[in-house]
Design a protein around this ligand. Structure first.
Ligand SMILES: Cc1cc2nc3c(=O)[nH]c(=O)nc-3n(C[C@H](O)[C@H](O)[C@H](O)COP(=O)(O)OP(=O)(O)OC[C@H]3O[C@@H](n4cnc5c(N)ncnc54)[C@H](O)[C@@H]3O)c2cc1C
Length: 245
């Protein structure tokens, strides 16, 4: 009998080697160091939207997506949303807003973003908020050229919009956050007619909004569950929605 082999996860002690503010609500942190160079060889690191558990110096653990890997330099980039919904921040966001070169973090993983494009999909919808943007960007880089992809991205401000590159044909709708996180996404998608033919939907962001969208696609679009990947990346009023465990 063959044993089912899960991709091996590893841990590394990482050093902040660069910090860049890329928009009003997003800071890019580049991690490097000897252990990171070896960590980059772990299976699954190149999967689109692959994510890591990040252990901050104060002991808190949160989930963040690998935005970019540079094996020559031995570094990886992550993009942290600086959030303060209803005046509430969190240790991940607070750390990123102050991070300096030379600080150290623990990283562990990778884990999968559940992007599983069926080969017969002629269209794709990718939907998410600013926390899902790094995953959406990395998914777009691996979409096949023949696919038509509609992107629905909710960001706090127009200045938080970013370039999204892809070999596929992209149609991007930038939405701007309203009082309730995810409500702009829901408004845009709940009124959108189903494209013709067989497709695939990937959605991530605030948990309640993602649940609403998934239910809508299952019912109104009559999509089979295997053609939808939906994941709550954070939840209003809950700390460490997925990262802490
Ligand atoms: C697979 C996966 C990949 C992820 N990738 C990324 C990524 O690449 N970049 C990124 O920034 N985040 C990403 N996230 C989301 C991130 O893990 C959460 O937003 C996390 O809660 C942030 O931790 P925190 O310490 O800042 O806040 P927490 O301590 O977890 O939460 C404190 C408070 O802030 C609220 N809150 C948390 N996040 C947000 C937010 N984005 N906007 C408004 N309020 C919020 C919570 O509801 C809570 O009330 C990802 C999550 C998952 C599961």
């Amino acid at each position: 009998m063959f044993e089912f082999l899960k991709p091996k996860r590893r841990r590394a002690d990482a050093e902040v080697v660069a910090v860049k503010t890329i928009s009003p609500h997003v800071r890019r942190i580049t991690l490097g160091g000897q252990e990171v160079a070896a960590f980059l060889e772990t299976d699954g690191m190149d999967a689109p939207g692959a994510w890591l558990k990040v252990s901050f110096p104060n002991g808190h653990v949160r989930a963040y997506t690998i935005r970019r890997i540079d094996r020559q330099a031995g570094t990886l980039d992550m993009e942290f949303v600086l959030h303060e919904h209803g005046g509430v921040s969190g240790p991940g966001s607070a750390w990123a807003s102050q991070a300096r070169i030379g600080e150290r973090l623990g990283i562990g993983g990778p884990r999968d973003a559940r992007f599983a494009l069926p080969p017969d999909a002629s269209w794709v919808i990718l939907a998410g908020d600013a926390t899902a943007l790094p995953a959406i960007q990395s998914i777009c880089q691996v979409l096949p050229a023949g696919v038509k992809a509609e992107i629905y991205a909710e960001v706090p401000l127009p200045a938080d919009q970013q370039a999204i590159e892809s070999p596929a044909q992209l149609e991007i709708s930038w939405l701007h956050e309203q009082a309730a996180p995810g409500s702009a996404l829901c408004q845009a998608l709940l009124s959108k007619p189903r494209p013709n033919g067989d497709g695939y939907i990937w959605a991530a962001g605030e948990s309640g909004a993602v649940r609403t969208l998934r239910a809508h696609f299952l019912q109104s679009y009559a999509m089979p569950p295997r053609r939808i990947s939906a994941m709550g990346y954070w939840k209003v009023g809950h700390a460490a929605h997925r990262g802490g465990g």
